[in-house]
Design a protein around this ligand. Sequence first.
Ligand SMILES: [Zn+2]
Ligand SMILES: [Zn+2]
Length: 544
Amino acid sequence: MSIFIGGAWAYANGSLHLGHISSLLPGDILARYYRLKGEQVLYVSGSDCNGTPITIRARQEGVAPHIITDRYHQEFLECFSKLGFSYDCYTRTDTEHHHKLVQEIFLELLEKGHIYRKEIEQTYCEECAQFLPERYVEGICPVCKEPSRGDQCDHCSTILEPLELLNSKCKICGNPPTTRFTEHFYFALSSFQAQLENYVQKAENNKLWRENAVSLTKRYLKEGLQDRAVSRDLPIGVSVPVAGYEEKKIYVWIEAVSGYYTASKLWAKEADKDDSSFWNVSAKSNYIHGKDNIPFHSIIWPGILAGLGKEPLPTHIVSNEYLTLEKKKLSTSRNWAVWVPDILERYEPDSIRYFLTINAPESRDADFSWKEFIYSHNSELLGAYGNLVNRTLKFIMKAFDGVIPDKVVSSVLQDKVVTLYKDTCRLIEEASFKQGLEKVFELVRFSNKYFDEQQPWKQIYENVESCKQTLADCVYLIANLAHILTPFLPFSSQKVKDFLHISETNWKPFLVKPIVLSNVEPLFKRIDPARIEKELETLNKQTV
Ligand SMILES: [Zn+2]
Ligand SMILES: [Zn+2]
């Protein structure tokens, strides 16, 4: 089967923080899992390099926008690589390739009558002498009456037009904006109402989307879909490919989500492969993002795909809730955040991946605290899993010169492993990664208990054959645990595979050959709990 996985595009105007990784990590788990299962996988994403925050930042620093986007794109690449993200294509939206394909998509929608021209009244700041992009108009949300931006209310998630805001202000200079007439292109989203209603109902019936995606999307549909302006007067971005309108840019609603398609085409071009099986009705397409991005993947992108007549519309939507930090909302402006380049300097990628999965905000917000992070590393990763691997292999090194005892593993243990493969397979495919990882760690704890009960350190004096049996059993459990953990914890899994000379590549139980162990070393290092205080101090100091 062909499995397309699209990770949300990170905005290249600032570093990644743990909230980003928490919502994107499920994409890599899926990609690694489906590859092990032998499916055709295409996992893409990229840096969003267009848009007003980038031009504003460039203006502040007195540099060209690409200086900003180059810096963060490079940083994103390094962070994702260090965290083990296995993208098949990670690109950016300021490439010629992306611009050209987005223009083709725009023209096709225009030719098919899904995009039309309309004169509109738009917010304009006399003081700043420019039309204001949505995000640069701030005011009060007309729905929930909380402070909101002109594009979307963070509080109630309603998609807005700046003119709908009450008490609006220009974000740049603080003056109330006026309006001017200008001509823009509109996407006829309302004409897809019935089609999208059927589509969402099907996703709900088949439980293919996260609940938050279903409920939010149904709410929008109930309110009735509105046609949306898809061109803007912006300094950077993809130009509207229509004579007389080249100064206008295609708005992010079409431009950014189309990145999934343009990245797929880029991969095909660069790897000399055919991507048509991923854009076919029988393909599964998984879209991975945080809950603030839901409508773009559950309504806008499906609407565009429907307009183009492309399949599949997103089949699986994995939209995490938010990650809080020390029980408080992450804030980049107040610097209340754990930045990814920073945490990677001091901690192992698998510790981060483990924590963000076992504490994933899958159905409700979850919290990152330094205390829990360091405790979970020391007690679970190192204390349970690392310890199981270490004491088993060390024992074999010492008592049997590193030769794995050649014994038939009991059917009881084999059945346990078979069941674990089945359970994690189901849970991963249902996007219940947290539960999947919990299941694996149940078998880790079982295995430790088994080791304790068998007491190989006594068996070796009393009955050496039963001692060999215990160790062979534990090696079998460890090998399969490491294999099942590969999508979750790729780095430590690879270490275990190297110790045991495992080259299995399929998602199924396997036996370990009685080889000689090599280069065994502890899987994880203990983190000094005194670090908790230090990290908290740094966090509090950096916050404004
Ligand atoms: Zn609101
Ligand atoms: Zn202004």
